[in-house]
Write a protein that binds this ligand. Structure first.
Ligand SMILES: [Cu+2]
Length: 182
């Protein structure tokens, strides 16, 4: 029997399984189980997944909180669009708005300090992707995602939108500054 000479009996599934094939099926099945249980294992032991919180909000409420932070802690403006750069105090709540097609405002955080980063979208789905770190979070409208973050290395990071959100999706980029504590 081969591809050129088809099996004489078409009921191939009624034939006994070959030992080698059976062994491979058993190995594959055991491996599936290993990988299945690795998911909860890495969640707990490997700290692979972000432990984030999510609450309902509205664009108006979230904008108000973000605006309050900007009014208090703005240090300068950057880019042609005059995006405010805010340096909120260590340990505080920091807000970042995702909207078509912009992240607002720019954040300047201190190295080694912990912040609660709030993310929300003003319109539809965006994706928060921090480069070159490998952090990805979906940013939904009407939900406020909160992550506790402690930047460990000073530098200039990029935030890009990684959920296709329309014609100017590729321009939805900003910076995140991490500075040495003053
Ligand atoms: Cu986007």
């Amino acid at each position: 029997m081969s591809a050129i000479t088809p099996p004489t009996t078409r009921l191939w599934w009624k034939q006994p399984i070959d030992r080698v094939e059976g062994t491979w099926i058993a190995i594959a099945f055991v491996w599936c189980l290993v990988m299945f249980f690795m998911m909860p294992y890495w969640h707990i032991v490997g700290k692979q997944n972000l432990a984030n919180e999510a609450y309902r909000t509205t664009p108006e409420r979230f904008t108000q909180k973000t605006q309050e932070m900007v009014d208090k802690y703005k240090v300068r403006e950057e880019t042609e669009q005059k995006i405010p750069v805010v340096a909120p105090p260590a340990g505080s709540d920091v807000y970042l708005i995702a909207r078509l097609w912009q992240w607002w405002p720019m954040l300047e955080l201190e190295e080694g300090k912990t912040y609660r980063l709030h993310l929300a979208s003003m319109d539809w789905l965006h994706g928060f992707s921090l480069q070159p770190e490998n952090i990805n979070i979906q940013v939904h409208p009407n939900y406020e995602h909160i992550l506790t973050v402690t930047p460990t290395r000073a530098g200039t990071y990029s935030i890009i939108c990684n959920e296709y959100c329309g014609i100017n999706h590729h321009t939805m980029v900003t910076r995140l500054y991490v500075v040495k504590p003053k």
